[in-house]
Design a protein around this ligand. Structure first.
Ligand code: ATP
Length: 423
């Protein structure tokens, strides 16, 4: 069958790599893809939010399945767009409709959803410009630190952890005053939870679900998890502290009530749910939901799935995930992200990349790269994810880190400590 994959990051490279191995895949189109995805299919240079152009590709390329990588087209309603147009309504879309993507698109909605369905999460209250005074008074008596979150999508920058009341009050004024535009028109004020974070992923057809491998990502730019937040500097899967007992709690208290909650709320959800969790003592709490897979978690999760990924997608589209026997590799995957110097601040693009052919024990999942006259060049902040699948965490980390060292471009940087805190 002909498959269209939307996106251009390391996550989509991992999807493309895996989809291209499927016996069901005759043709894979990646839109827009990157400098590496052309190895698994054909890149077509269109924007993931240009729905009319996506429709055109779907028709001209006889697409029979659409897989959506990033959140933006989901929150903007790509799935609804397909359903509403009879020329393309028959093409299954992996990724929720707008009504489901709002779990990620609105933190206010997701907090209310969790409250309604008894899912453990930090206590919170939401405020708007009309209730600014109430918000300031609420902060006056709130324990510190306190977390302020812009309701809508803010590219990972809409969350502030404040250690002083006055600072939190000033930030609330700024956020409700338009600092994040429409995304900050509502602000969630939330209790700070102290613990260790991890991510759990499910694929659901709205009735049934399968739980994919858990992963941990490393968000900060500097060694020892210091410095500015990034899109993610590396990941590992599985997560050593996610014991079977802990994951059983996650399943009973979080995953099942979420799937049931979606059904009760009449939200027909087909696609991935990413549970951003925090382990407080031995107890799991939800920090956030995302309506898609994580990046760079996907680069560690996908190589551990032994099933044909397209079969999982077809079972999702046909509401037959209950018939799937998910097989997960016992091995450990580690991913090290190579980024451009200066990232997450200003950085240069267009630097020639060499050494990809010298990797010994890893896959290179391209992210911000571009192929120009047969030369792979940097084209983004996060450039290439190096993933190694090995018998244990130590070996996986060592090989991914060593292979990251075999890649060269001007200004290259990567963290050499990803995952070593878990050993
Ligand atoms: P991203 O896009 O990076 O996943 P986001 O902008 O959607 O993030 P959240 O995941 O809700 O926002 O929060 C970002 C980070 O802030 C979390 O990964 C966590 O480290 C921290 N954080 C959020 N809420 C809390 C909380 N209640 N207690 C402690 N830390 C929190």
């Amino acid at each position: 069958m002909n498959i269209l994959l939307l996106g251009s990051g390391g996550r989509e490279s991992a999807f493309a790599w895996k989809i291209s191995q499927s016996s069901h895949c005759d043709k894979l189109i990646i839109a827009p893809g990157n400098g590496g995805t052309g190895a698994y299919g054909t890149n077509i240079n269109i924007n993931v939010n240009d729905f009319d152009a996506i429709k055109k590709v779907a028709l001209t390329e006889n697409i029979e399945l659409v897989v959506v990588g990033p959140e933006e087209p989901l929150v903007n309603g790509i799935h609804d767009f397909f359903l509403a147009d009879k020329e393309i309504a028959h093409i299954p879309v992996i990724g929720p409709k707008k009504e489901g993507a709002i779990l990620e698109g609105s933190k206010d909605f997701s907090k209310q959803f969790m409250e309604r369905h008894g899912i453990p999460t930090a206590a919170s209250r939401s405020f708007t410009p009309e209730t600014l005074e109430d918000g300031l008074a609420y902060l006056q008596n709130h324990a510190l630190p306190v977390v302020l979150k812009a309701d809508g999508l803010a590219a990972g920058k809409g969350v502030l952890i404040c250690t002083e009341t006055i600072e939190a009050q000033e930030e609330l004024k700024l956020m409700l005053g338009g600092k994040f535009g429409a995304a900050g028109a509502t602000v969630v004020i939330e209790e700070f939870l102290s613990g260790i974070e991890l991510s759990v992923f499910v694929l659901t057809d709205g009735e049934n679900y399968i739980t994919l491998p858990s992963a941990k990502d490393y968000k900060r730019i500097g060694q020892g998890d210091t410095g500015l937040n990034t899109g993610g500097m590396g990941s590992v899967s599985p997560v050593p502290f996610a014991t079977p007992e802990f994951l059983a709690k996650v399943e009973e208290r979080i995953i099942k009530p979420t799937i049931e909650g979606l059904k009760k709320d009449n939200i027909d959800y087909t696609g991935f749910i990413f549970f951003g969790l925090i382990k407080v003592g031995e107890e799991p709490f939800v920090i956030e939901y995302n309506a898609r897979m994580g990046d760079p978690e996907t680069e560690s999760v996908i190589p551990r799935i032994e099933n044909d990924l397209v079969e999982l997608f077809l079972a999702t589209a046909n509401k037959q995930l209950n018939q799937v026997n998910l097989v997960i590799s016992e091995q450990t995957a580690a991913t090290v992200m190579i980024v451009a110097g200066g990232y997450p601040g200003d950085y240069l693009k267009g630097k020639a990349i060499t050494g990809i052919e010298n990797l010994r024990h890893s896959n290179a999942f391209h992210a911000g790269t571009l192929l120009e006259n047969d030369v792979v060049k940097t084209n983004g902040g996060r450039v290439i994810a190096i993933t190694s699948l090995q018998k244990d965490l130590f070996t996986a980390l060592q090989s991914a880190t060593a292979d990251a060292g075999r890649i060269y471009f001007d200004g290259k940087y990567f963290r050499e400590d990803i995952g070593f805190d878990l050993i």
